[in-house]
Design a protein around this ligand. Structure first.
Ligand code: GLA
Length: 365
């Protein structure tokens, strides 16, 4: 018989190295032409799991435990492929080439004008009428040394949605012990724009709306917009406005403020402090205690509080998504950067490799 101490040491070692299960692939649905669309489920040893669709790079489900181990699905989404193929506000999708708006659907790059197909009035939103949210990526799952992952690969040809250059994009979703990490990598054979983001709608309660969630955003300023949600070019301090989340505050506290009347809630870009990969926002559901920390290397964050949701959008399990059913924390270069001389650049040149990371962390301590 082995001494008890030996058995205990073995148990502890096994627990410490608790392997995450390998990614599991399954068919999520079929396109009208019969092509199957796959999904990858990643699971870790801490009760978290995530399901990522090849179409749209959608995070379809993200299960996260609370302090008592009770798990909830903290993202909005749909049960079947047909629902994703119908019109919806980018629910859970990977966005590209350019997140948010390009005013007048045009820009000048290295002295040459480019005209894009518009899809929101005269402007282009979230990469155009057939943005990356509607593409089928090639999925490469991996058990990984420390964390299971799936790499989604997409070739966006020269001229795709009006953008110059053939773009090779890789988006890797990795399930860490307490986080979903997203790494973007892109190259292009001509100068172009690249500004991908992820459009998950979070609701840490897994039900109801997010008005009671507490939010902190590490931003002293935001970029005000005109009636068509195009930045005016101004960078305005949040101090004394409804945009001030420098101290954690309930999302619902100021939703009725006059500054939010035109947008019927938050739909604004925050000018994030600092640079490099850093924590830029924290969200907490006081009821369950679940928390989300957003870490990114991007200079901006779009806070969007699902202002147009009116209960007609039926999500997973037939749940009607009403106003503020979730909120998006879209890490990005500031909107309309290509037309705003004072804004950070989103230009990618041939020979360069674009790399960016966003981590959605759900701390358990
Ligand atoms: C972003 C935009 C919003 C809206 C949503 C999706 O957050 O800024 O205006 O388009 O995506 O509807």
């Amino acid at each position: 018989m082995r001494p008890l101490s030996h058995v205990l040491v073995t148990i502890v070692l096994v627990a410490m190295t608790a392997e995450a299960a390998p990614p599991v692939r399954h068919e999520f649905g079929r396109l009208p032409d019969g092509r199957p669309v796959g999904a990858t489920r990643l699971e870790n040893a801490h009760g978290m799991s995530v399901t990522i669709l090849d179409r749209g790079g959608v995070v379809q489900a993200l299960h996260v435990p609370d302090a008592d181990g009770r798990t909830a699905d903290v993202v909005l989404g749909f049960d079947d492929l047909d629902a994703y193929r119908r019109a919806h506000p980018y629910v859970g999708a990977t966005i590209g080439r350019f997140a948010n708006r390009i005013a007048g659907a045009r820009f000048v790059l290295e002295g040459r004008p480019w005209v894009l197909p518009p899809n929101e009035g005269a402007h282009q939103l979230h990469g155009g009428p057939e943005g990356f949210d509607q593409r089928v990526f090639e999925a490469v799952p991996s058990s990984g040394e420390e964390a299971p992952s799936v790499e989604l690969r997409l070739t966006s040809p020269d001229g795709d949605q009006g953008f110059p250059g053939a773009l090779e994009l890789r988006v890797t979703f990795r399930l860490l012990a307490d986080a979903l990490r997203i790494d973007y990598e892109a190259t292009s054979d001509a100068a172009t724009l690249v500004n991908p983001t992820h459009h998950a709608y979070f609701n840490l309660a897994g039900e109801g709306d997010v008005r009671e969630h507490e939010l902190w955003i590490d931003a002293e300023a935001f970029t005000p917009v005109d009636a068509e949600l195009i930045p005016t070019g101004e960078v305005r301090p949040v101090e004394g406005t409804a945009f001030d989340f420098r101290q954690p505050r309930r999302v619902g506290d100021r939703l009725g403020a006059h500054e939010l009347r035109a947008t019927r809630g938050y739909d604004h870009n925050y000018v994030l402090r600092g640079e490099g990969l850093r924590a830029v926002a924290r969200l907490r559901d006081p009821e369950s205690g679940r928390r989300l920390v957003v870490e990114t290397d991007r200079p901006g964050l779009q806070l969007f509080t699902a202002n147009g949701f009116d209960g007609r959008l039926l999500g997973k399990g037939g749940r009607a998504y009403g106003r503020h059913a979730g909120l998006c924390l879209e890490t990005q270069v500031w909107p309309d950067a290509p037309n705003q001389p004072g804004f950070p650049s989103a230009v990618l040149r041939p020979g360069e490799t674009f790399r960016s990371t966003t981590i959605f962390r759900f701390p358990s301590d």
